[in-house]
Design a protein. Sequence first.
Length: 229
Amino acid sequence: MIEKESFLQWFSTEIPETLFPQIAAQVIFRCENCGECCRGEGYALVDEADLQEIAKAQGISPSQARARFTNPDPGKNAGCRILKSIGPDRSCCLLDVQAKRCMIYRHRPRICRTFPMLNADTECEEIICFYSDCLGTAKFVKMLQEKRCDPQVQKDIEDLTRHAERLEALRILLFVWLRRMMGKIEEAEQICRITGISPPLESAFQRDCLAYFLMTIKTDGLDEYQYEG
Ligand code: SF4
Ligand code: SF4
């Protein structure tokens, strides 16, 4: 009980409110594999933990992965390197250009896992960045435009608004989802054990995430979104 209370105390004071709609958006976001975010110079910043994952995926040592796939980070972020860019499009060296797929998808760096809805830049004032060249974002915006007036979604929003305990449980589940997505499986299971919250069915979770996202984010600006990919 004390363990649960201290977790809830830590959770309510340390985790910023702005993180939850970002996680909810990432849960419902679907990548369309257009490959756009894997092109361009110096985007994919990797740290030691990322290098270990890349090494695992390629069956080589982290130092071999560092030499083969990375360059020094021009931004000089502490302990970080950037993935090499190659070819005329300056594609990430781990992108299968023909198939437009990441060759190490299950072991991809954390920065790639959080794109595009989780905002890695804590200084950025926008809670969510709707990237104009991401095909998945274009479809996400279209889906939001259709769903924001859907009576079932409105009912789900009302249900969440009326039940504070359900809302709190959803925030914890969002955090658990994030920890899992970042590979912190044991930590995620520990949170479920401490709080007694079990992950719901995938379809129910997706529905709650959509309702939560639409109840926390203003959607008036969506109509100005233009896909430029
Ligand atoms: S590691 Fe994979 S997901 Fe990340 S930029 Fe490279 S190809 Fe894209
Ligand atoms: S730009 Fe968007 S849709 Fe395209 S590969 Fe990246 S995340 Fe997926």
